[in-house]
Design a binder for this molecule. Sequence first.
Ligand code: 9D3
Length: 265
Amino acid sequence: MNFIALTIFPEMFIPFWEHGIIKRAIEQNKICAAAINIRDYAQGRHRETDDRPYGGGSGMVMKPEPLTAAIRAAAEQAPSSRTILLTPQGRCFNQKVARELASSEGLILVCGRYEGVDERICHEFIDDEISIGDYVLTGGELAAMVIIDAVTRMIPGTLGGEDSAEKDSFSDGVLKHPQYTRPRVFEGMEVPEVLLSGNHKEIEKWRLKTSLIRTFLKRKDLLKARHMSGPEIEILQKWCRDIEKLISDQSLHSSDALPGDQQKR
Ligand code: 9D3
């Protein structure tokens, strides 16, 4: 996979290439990564990459000529790449979009700055427009790194160990179960007994249960969008019955139960 970021701040990418899984993926030739300075393709003594907007208004707009020259140079370096403009107006990035992008041979990521890019580059030179979420950044560089990061870890062999992108939260549509490591008691808080039991079947059951409950509590939207299996539905139903039991046991003891509350069992 080939990533080329087009930016007026290529230095922002240096520490990103040099750490962790991205660094290892580059060393293992799983990915090729570069940041090209758009300014290198700008004309004139001052090599301006931005200019005032036609029609007036505050802020600057990225000039089309340096951008198209940089895109052409990148496309020559990495043919059959997909050219993506990072922009607040793009479709929202998520794991599904990451998977989709991971299937392309290369990505040319155009990082906007200022108030945006001249509209005329979109028609011919941009294949896709992506935003990473509904908040305002100062430019597309961090968005490009987010995309490179998420796409790289989907490439087989980049995660190392027994880790797999398939096992992730979101890939499966539920959040990950709680995790613990040593010490067994931390500030008075103990590790759940079942995890120390060595009973792998029980551990798997506990993990699935806590995954589902946690997803229900923190991200109902994920559960609604997901098809649940029979055993999964059973786990949530049992949890529901456990809560109902707890509540009815409580109201049995409580003296301030509302009139009409059932007081049986
Ligand atoms: C005044 C209108 N602004 C749009 C919300 C202008 C504007 C703000 C910020 C234009 C560009 C930017 C810089 N942001 C990006 O280039 C960007 C971005 C973002 O701000 N949020 C989420 N995803 C992305 S991808 C690129």
